[in-house]
Design a protein around this ligand. Structure first.
Ligand code: MLT
Length: 284
């Protein structure tokens, strides 16, 4: 039986996973996967904008937010196993998948493994390449810095690259919220996930097999997964479109929520069923 609500927990793939399950039971399901090192609350405004018509699932990736870290070695494949574990436990056969950055890496791997479970994809600020030797070296240095200087310093450094310059003036609340998400993350999760990101496999060679409708979005000023990475996805996924979000860096859903949500709704429109009106207005 479904148990809707916010901040619920369930055992899946041998860990307690924290998730929210909102919206009508019979509505099309959308699963949102957050980036590194954030948590499901980064999707709050998207969930609030969609729950009248969609069943929206947001969850904390292993070790993040309120989901347990478990004993297994962190890999993107493990995160994909967690996603399918959650879907099985919640009896979700099919869903639209929306992933931002690391969430996109997980979504693209999930598509390679079991595309039949997904009706559409939204890929935001993500890429299909694996880490270059330089990127791997940066992750190694980040791990050293976290061990030496702690999580607060890591959070201060990270936000500098996550947002468009203008967002530091116009979106102070989001900048603070993201900093808080990073500092909430345990040192062990940061280290384990940085290692998982560094060792992830490319998913570019599988893009040609993606046949579901796909919306690619990217912040115009994203310096982590830039517009060129989004253009590559658009060029190689058959039924895809690209939208570049103005006044946004790596987190367009927070930096230009209005545009992000508008595009999201426009894209999702085709999967929507009309909302159930319990008290119809009678006209004579
Ligand atoms: C993210 O936002 O998930 C990260 O920037 C991904 C990465 O570092 O590759």
């Amino acid at each position: 039986m479904r148990n809707p609500g916010k901040n619920l927990s369930v055992t899946a793939n041998n860990i307690r996973m924290s998730y929210s399950d909102e919206g009508p039971a019979e509505a099309p399901v959308i699963i949102f996967i957050h980036g590194f090192p954030f948590m499901k609350e980064m999707w709050r405004t998207q969930a609030d904008a969609l729950t009248d018509v969609y069943r929206v699932i947001t969850y904390d990736v292993r070790g993040h937010g309120h989901t347990e870290i478990g004993d297994a070695e962190f890999t993107i494949d493990l995160f994909v196993g967690d996603l399918f574990g959650l879907m099985n436990t919640l009896h979700i056969q099919n869903a639209v998948l929306c992933g931002l950055s690391m969430g996109g890496y997980i979504a693209l791997r999930a598509m390679e493994d079991h595309a039949e479970h997904f009706d559409a994809l939204i890929l935001s600020d993500t890429q299909c390449v694996g880490d270059s030797p330089e990127a791997k070296e940066k992750r190694r240095k980040a791990i050293e810095n976290i061990k030496e200087h702690g999580v607060v310093k890591y959070a201060d450094e990270s936000v500098k690259h996550l947002f468009a310059p203008s967002s530091f003036d116009t979106k102070k609340e989001s900048v603070d919220a993201v900093k808080a998400m990073i500092t909430h993350t345990s040192t062990q999760t940061l280290i384990n996930t940085l290692q998982a990101l560094a060792t992830r496999k490319e998913t570019c060679s599988g893009l040609g097999n993606i046949s579901v409708p796909t919306l690619v979005m990217v912040g115009k000023e994203d310096v982590i997964t830039p517009v060129t990475a989004a253009e590559f996805l658009k060029e190689h996924i058959k039924d895809s479109s690209l939208h570049i979000v103005q006044q946004a860096g790596h987190l367009p859903n927070l930096e230009n929520t209005e545009d992000f949500n508008f595009q999201l709704k426009l894209f999702l429109h085709r999967f929507a069923k009309p909302p159930v009106i319990s008290n119809p207005i009678l006209v004579d």
